[in-house]
Design a protein around this ligand. Sequence first.
Ligand code: TXA
Ligand code: MG
Length: 352
Amino acid sequence: METEIIKIGQDCVSSEDEKGLMRAGEILRMGGLVAFPTETVYGLGGNALNPEVSVKIYAAKGRPLDNPLIIHINKFEDIYQIVKEMPEAAVKIGEAFWPGPLTMILYKAEKVPYETTGGLDTVAVRFPSHPAARKLIEYGGGFVAAPSANASGKPSPTRAKHVVEDMDGRIEMIVDGGEVGIGVESTIIDMTVEPPRILRPGYITQEMLERVLGEVAIDVTMMRDDSGEAPRAPGMKYRHYAPSGSLVIVEGEPGQVADYINAQADLDNKAGEKTGILGTREQLEQYHADVIKCIGSREDEAAVARNLFAALREFDEEKVTKIYSESFPTQGLGQAIMNRLLKAAGHCVVKV
Ligand code: TXA
Ligand code: MG
């Protein structure tokens, strides 16, 4: 299949943009697949209410069939068509954070196919804020299933070129809207349990949700892999975000972290490995390795989140075989950053 790539502006207001998105919407209505930017990461969209389309999405990603998709809507009231019941608390967080990077899990209405929910009686719903995503959902029929547009297991795409790497030839169209703003996927909160429980941390933090909801729990498997429990978001159980090289997170006082990483990289180099370091601007000058990547300043967590997946992909491009990363505090947005890093590293953390 030939994949068409169209470029649109950041706020997609030109008539060219409009025409392109209408065509993309038409592809979705006809049962095709279109990758598009959202405020978090690029999504791989298809009609959420057509079971055959969901099957095509799994195939394009190489994704296991028990890993459910998120349904994207463009109007708050549309959620009532796809959920069985809408608890008061869900209305509250919808009003507080939608449109935006938050996904709610609720009991599904009958018309949502089990193919889309991976066989579950619950459905994940998200109302994104990105202007191109919103138009595409509208033109595409209102209910767009969209997992992140990466091949299963790879870091989520934050630029159109990442989508091209993984999806070229597998889908009808890629809408290139430039670099995304947030860079980690939406926060997922399960609203079918009491207290509501975060299954995947994101830009909307536990603290922000607690301000609206009161107590909010977190899935114990989010930050550790030794709980003996299975993650409640099926997708979180798979090896994920992983670069091809092995990744080790090093935690400790900055000087000691640098000493440890440099010594390890030195040994690795002697053993014929290609080494890489993922560090913050404040510490970058202390490192020695084949490839050193700056993920941003420690003072700017939003930049760290935005750069994380692109940096992991770049290590692959440069064929780095051993990667070391600094560690980050786990409050606020740091919870999402560390959750993704830990998964990418297969929870391999060294404390120095
Ligand atoms: O920011 C995002 O959420 C992006 C953009 C494209 O919107 N989408 C995204 O989708 O990250 P995906 O499919 O890569 O991740 C969805 C996660 C998976 O871990 C999946 O297991 C979980 O949501 N999920 C979906 N439906 C669920 C359900 N009914 N119950 C529990 N977890 C669910
Ligand atoms: Mg994903």
